[in-house]
Design a protein around this ligand. Structure first.
Ligand code: BES
Ligand code: ZN
Ligand code: ZN
Length: 475
């Protein structure tokens, strides 16, 4: 889908936005009659064939909700795409509106169809944006920026949707290398030997029973700046379980399907680095991907094992399905050595987070209240939903073990999104505790139905939110 600008009405059809569901005053008699006969009150879409106008109602929500325009456009483009129409025009009013329209169009037109022999053709190929209030150049720059980020999101969606028989740790590492080459990122791929030399006993244990070797990928982006100028340094860590069978604490069948999406955190980190580089944001950004597969076998790690993590803490394993926190433990310790100004991990960490917040929201956790609130605002600005889940010392105690420093599961199942977050905190350097955020994306990363601008399957959750957060740091 191409988005272009035009100062005059162009294309075969005009998309007319009904802000707050209000119909425009300057309707022709024929338009009024058509809308009347269809009993259209600004709810959803309505096509008036005679004047080639496609009315799109924008919901007015009585509670804060950032996605009314984005969602309406995604829906409209899906409907228009089924008509025999190749091009359309939209009149926009503000920069923010232009951004939301572009996101609705570009994110709403992705579907995972790689393995379908019959693909759903979208006939709509070109959309022209016009504005009486905005300069053409400003519209063009908004379009370009949205294209960059939407490209990263759609690519990440495709990667997450790719079945686990193909998307192995090696496949993701190779993929990261090719994106790094295209976008001018530095990329180091470390194999098992390196993990052993770093004494990453927790990460290594998770990967033991898999036929596929684990990898740790370190991507970095360092823009050139004038001498003496210091850029903020942001380090991102992503959970990259290319499959989570649960290991010996095997998941029941119903819960195992969709676990190809357990690599969503790592894939999001890859997309964020690509976007940050292509947008030329003035920040030093690093991405650490912990890539492994959690499987069963004679060599599998077991409940009762005691692992020694990179930071020397010992961990009693009581459930091999709580594997993400083990991989992240060593990755967070590794990432801490980079001494960032902000350390953010993204992970499909717990089902409990989905129970707490629902499918559509990211759980934000950490020890710094202002940082959590700043992040939540950035996410909202970017069109992602989130909720802050509060840490407390009583939940931290649930990780105490009789035989090791920590246990990999809490002794109570209540509050286990939070206690899992607090477990991760044990592997973040003490000096970084106020600079660290944990994002549990288990809900929004992969949903088995379309919602808003998101198709069935992977959504690319976290990418827009983190990119916006980084932009806000350099403003
Ligand atoms: N990858 C899962 C979490 C998950 C669940 C992600 C549902 C997406 C949707 C994680 O590794 C896991 O299995 N967590 C367990 C932890 C438990 C054993 C303490 C869970 O959430 O049940
Ligand atoms: Zn698991
Ligand atoms: Zn997992």
């Amino acid at each position: 889908m191409k988005i272009l600008t035009s100062s005059t009405r162009k294309g075969e059809l005009e998309i007319v936005l009904l802000r707050n569901k209000k119909l425009p005053k300057n309707l022709t008699k024929a338009e009024k009659d058509t809308l009347e006969i269809q009993n259209y009150k600004g709810e959803g879409c309505c096509f008036v064939e005679t004047s080639k106008k496609f009315f799109v109602g924008i919901e007015s929500y009585s509670y804060p909700f950032p996605n009314a325009i984005r969602d309406a456009l995604a829906n409209a483009v899906g409907i228009i795409g089924k008509l025999k129409i190749k091009s359309a025009f939209i009149q926009v009013e503000t920069q923010q509106e232009a951004k939301e329209i572009c996101e609705g169009i570009l994110l709403g037109s992705y579907h995972f169809e790689t393995f379908k022999t019959k693909k759903n053709e979208n006939n709509l190929k070109e959309i022209y944006l016009g504005s009486v209030k905005l300069e053409q150049a400003s519209l063009e720059s908004i379009i370009k920026r949205t294209q960059i980020i939407s490209h990263s999101i759609n690519q990440v969606r495709e990667l997450i949707n790719t079945p686990p028989m193909i998307a192995t740790p090696k496949y993701i590492a190779d993929y990261a290398q090719s994106i790094a080459k295209e976008s001018g990122l530095e990329c180091k791929v470390y194999d098992e030997k390196f993990l052993k030399s770093e004494k990453m006993g927790a990460f290594l244990a998770v990967a033991k029973a898999s036929a596929h070797q684990p990898y740790l990928v370190h991507l970095s982006y360092k823009p050139k700046v004038a001498k003496g100028k210091k850029l903020p340094k942001i380090v991102l860590v992503g959970k990259g379980l290319t499959y989570d069978s649960g290991g010996l604490s095997l998941k029941p069948g119903d819960f195992m399907t969709t676990m190809k999406s357990d690599k969503s955190g790592a894939c999001a980190v890859l997309g964020i680095l690509e976007s940050v580089a292509n947008l030329g944001i003035k920040a030093e950004v690093h991405g650490i991907l912990g890539l492994a597969e959690n499987m069963i076998g004679g060599n599998a790690y077991k409940p009762d094992d005691i692992l020694i993590a990179r930071n020397q803490k010992s961990i009693e394993v009581r459930n091999t399905d709580a594997e993400g926190r083990l991989v992240l433990a060593d990755c967070l310790s590794f990432a801490s050595d980079l001494e960032p100004d902000f350390l953010i991990d993204l992970a499909t960490l717990t089902g409990a987070c989905v129970v707490a917040l629902g499918d559509y929201s990211t759980g934000i956790m950490g020890y710094n209240q202002k940082l959590k609130e700043d992040f939540s605002k950035a996410a909202f600005e970017a069109g992602e939903l989130s909720g802050i889940l509060p840490f407390n010392p009583y939940l931290r105690k649930l990780f105490n073990s009789e035989v090791a420093d920590l246990c990999n599961i809490p002794s109570s199942r209540y509050g286990s999104a939070i206690s899992a977050g607090m477990f991760l905190g044990e592997f973040v350097a003490e000096s970084l505790m106020q600079k660290w955020l944990h994002l549990d994306i288990a809900g929004p990363a992969y949903v088995e139905k379309a919602w808003g601008v998101n198709p069935f399957g992977a959504s690319g959750a976290g990418i827009r939110a983190v990119v916006q957060f980084i932009i806000n740091q350099v403003k």
